[in-house]
Design a protein. Structure first.
Length: 536
């Protein structure tokens, strides 16, 4: 990541109007029917988990007074422009808000996939092209968004603009790949679905049949998780395909676009199955897949290697497992040190000594470096408990709560509030509990906290990169040894194992956040390795 981009450069622009001919005022329809939450409200609610409210803008036609009154009542930001020239509406909004990167949405798609936006955000950090278009394939219709640069939006070829370009905001970008670099990413969080074509599912509201379906989806998925995504929709289509028959006959307008020709360079990334290896392996592999796709490789994500493709480059993030294949790259494999050309550590490890003052190479999503405009709450401690059970979760709570609003910790910084992500629900109401969060919300929670208590892993590194005070717990024998290593070599306080926790009546007062030099560059070695394979 260059460090030049900022979240403040990115805007979500939603084109919206009430004058639909097929289904008038559809964007104000309630989901579920009879509720106070309209299609537009669902869009805004979802986007507000990622974008600041001032960077979520509805682009509405001049004279659409009823829609403007609705937006004013909701205190949603909007911009008024041409009714017939939608592209001009976007262009003027872009100049008005000084946007550099635009996420384009439409007001009839209530259930946009937030995970996709996360990965598109990651992809933007790797783009150096002045003119670009970026989108994700393999999503149900209506759940994806597209991105493009302000430069591409404002670009004009000499001559008269055809009507299709004024009606469709980004068509002039897509029709000219020789000018605007086209990035079409596969959805890394949907790689496990192979039995169904997601694009055959319509999760948009063009007609009354579409509205019937989205209300049904809310009943089946939204009541459990209001921010359900494409993963849950596709799984439902696998389990209950009859649900989606209601709008299967509705036609969708499509355009024939030029295809970009490039050399196919397949790569397989193999991650540890989350129930056995934890979710950190799969999550960082998804981010790695975005990085490699942005560099021209065709990615396959899987939890098993392809033993039949001997010459296929395969990247293994499955600890010490090895296979008789020709082109393998090892991540965090203790049998293959970072000194080897086909090995890299995404986390520090005792088998690769760290010299005093040396930068520590690691890998995480580039979003971990972004400022999500979150102010640190003094004395707030974030406990990341992952999949820990009831006994372990309650033991951590008891340990932390003894320092709540106490001067035992430090004269300058008491623990004023406790939030725990993961584990089982707490028995003490003073512990704020979140079972699971999106990655971006997780980063926000880290940035809001002064102290992070976790175990050795990705959360440790992302918290350190945010300048947080980090302390570690040994949840397994392996984590115990790594925790002791982190304390000795990195200066990160190690509290001990669960058995030692209650006996430890001290809380760390010294943290290493000003001592460590972290470099998020471990993925660059993989890119160099792949280049050497495809050049040979």
């Amino acid at each position: 990541m260059s460090g030049i981009l900022s979240t403040l450069d990115c805007f979500a622009f939603i084109q919206a109007r009430l004058g639909s001919t097929r289904f008038p005022k559809k964007i104000l329809k309630s989901i579920p029917e009879g509720s106070n939450t309209s299609v537009l409200c669902h869009i805004h609610n979802r986007l507000s988990t990622i974008f600041p409210n001032e960077q979520i803008v509805f682009l509405v036609p001049e004279g659409d007074t009823e829609l403007i009154a609705f937006l004013n009542k909701k205190h949603y930001q909007y911009f008024v422009g041409s009714e017939t020239d939608v592209r001009d509406r976007f262009r003027k909004a872009c100049l008005h808000f000084q946007a550099k990167h635009i996420f384009r949405l439409t007001g009839d798609n209530p259930f946009i996939d937030l995970e996709s936006i996360r990965y598109l955000y990651e992809a933007i950090t790797y783009i150096s092209d002045r003119y670009y278009s970026l989108s994700m394939v393999g999503l149900p219709l209506g759940m994806g968004v597209e991105c493009f640069s302000a430069n591409s939006l404002l670009f004009d070829l000499d001559g008269y603009a055809p009507e299709r370009h004024t009606e469709h905001v980004s068509l002039h970008i897509k029709e000219h790949p020789e000018i605007h670099k086209q990035f079409r990413l596969s959805a890394p969080h949907l790689n496990q679905f192979t039995d169904i074509n997601p694009s055959s599912l319509r999760i948009t509201v063009d007609e009354s049949k579409d509205y019937e379906l989205v209300c049904s989806l809310w009943e089946k998925l939204g009541t459990k998780d209001p921010f359900f995504g494409a993963k849950e929709v596709i799984q439902l289509a696998n389990d209950q395909p009859e649900v989606f028959l209601v709008n299967a006959s509705v036609e969708q307008v499509t355009f024939s676009l030029p295809k970009t020709n490039r050399e196919s360079k397949p790569v397989r990334i193999v991650y540890g199955e989350p129930s056995l290896f934890g979710s950190g392996h799969s999550e960082r592999c998804k981010s790695l897949s975005v990085f490699l796709e942005m560099n021209g490789y065709d990615l396959i994500l899987a939890d098993k290697p392809d033993l039949q493709s001997k010459h296929l480059p395969q990247i293994l993030d499955i600890r010490e497992n090895e296979f008789p294949l020709n082109h393998l790259f090892y991540i965090d494999n203790l049998h293959h040190l970072p000194t080897e050309a086909n090995s890299s550590f995404f986390l520090p490890n005792p088998v690769a000594p760290i010299k005093q003052g040396d930068p520590i190479s690691y890998f995480s999503s580039p979003l971990s470096e972004w400022d999500w405009n979150q102010s640190t709450i003094p004395g707030r401690i974030l406990v990341y408990a992952g999949n820990l059970g009831k006994e372990e979760s309650e033991q951590i709570d008891r340990y932390v709560l003894q320092f709540l609003n106490s001067n035992v910790y430090s004269e300058k910084t008491n623990i004023s509030s406790v939030i725990r992500i993961g584990g089982t629900p707490p028995i003490n109401k003073e512990v704020q509990y979140i079972q699971r969060v999106s990655y971006i919300e997780f980063l926000k929670q880290i940035q809001r906290s002064e102290v992070v208590l976790t175990y050795f892993g990705q959360t440790m590194m992302e918290s350190l990169s945010n300048g947080k005070k980090v302390c570690l717990l040994g949840i397994t024998p392996v984590h115990e040894s790594l925790g002791k290593f982190a304390e000795k070599e990195l200066g990160i306080p190690y509290l001990g194992s669960f058995f030692e926790l209650n006996e430890n009546n001290q809380f760390p007062k010294v943290f290493p956040h000003t001592k460590l030099k972290l470099v998020r560059d471990a993925h660059l070695k993989i890119l160099k390795w792949l280049e050497s394979i495809y050049e040979s």
